[in-house]
Design a protein around this ligand. Sequence first.
Ligand code: BTN
Length: 333
Amino acid sequence: MAVDDTGVRDQLVEAFLAADGPISGEELSHRLGLSRTAVWKQVKALEQVGFEFEASPRVGYRAIRIPDELMAPLVRPHLPPECLLGSPILWAASRASTNDTALELAAKGLPHGGVVTAGEQTGGRGRRDRAWASPRGGMWFTVFVRNPCALRHAPDLTLLAALGVCRALRVEGVPAQIKWPNDLLLNGKKIGGILAQIRAEGELVDHAVIGIGLNANFSIEALPADIRHRATTILHEMGTPIHRAKVLARILTQLDALYRDLQDGRGFQAVHAEWTALCSTVGQEVEVAMGEERLRGIARSIEPDGSLVLETSPGVTRTVVSGEVLFSAREQV
Ligand code: BTN
């Protein structure tokens, strides 16, 4: 797989977006350097993924429906020019896992800031080797970063990603919260998660893939029945879909700023207060899984390094550096 094999399709979408009327097949074939038949095939491929065209003989094609997919030409107009994340954005209608594709492309020279997106995932992966349901309508993407931080700050990558997503959703009017360390909640139920994979060289993180999944615009019936009591979708909670391409641009803009600060040595500590304010875990009775070990107690605080302080019995605390909150007694998450 080449690092950017989406070029022709994206150019075609750009041409339709820029056009204020129909474009002839001849014009498109000239601009794209393709035969008329190849252009026609590309148009048909776009129809398969939700585009609709009006085709008039001798006049050409006009796009009459452009779907909200996480494709470069649809996301980029919402990105500020200074944002280093989002180039390239590699969309496919279906991938096994955007993290897997990003890891493959990392070995082939994917640059810092490359983003791999998918309309659906057939082998989406969650933390602790769990499957991650990824139907159409969700936001499934992986951000690739090179030399993001020292190895000891690797946990910051996910903590900051959770904050970036939370901020972006809030700007869009979705009052998301964070469940320590990196789940996204809405109305107390999970709407998203983050799976970061890093490759370290000595004391430094050489590169990282930050996989982010958001249950955006699909019905909760598309989630596995056994998680519906604790997971939901933004569409279900808010009653209206979000503009996924715009939300992705907002998330990338937030992550870009947070990761630049991290590279400059200002990691989680700099956003500790904001993060804690958005975290629903503090004050809750929770059970935390750390490998095989389970700890129960009341989440008392988040430390400036991102660890969780748990009061396991009156006056006795344990600091948990990494783990997963299995449930909270009050929220049933
Ligand atoms: C979790 O268990 O909470 C983490 C879920 C992470 C899912 C995302 S979707 C995009 C990326 N690709 C994957 O296969 N997983 C992550």
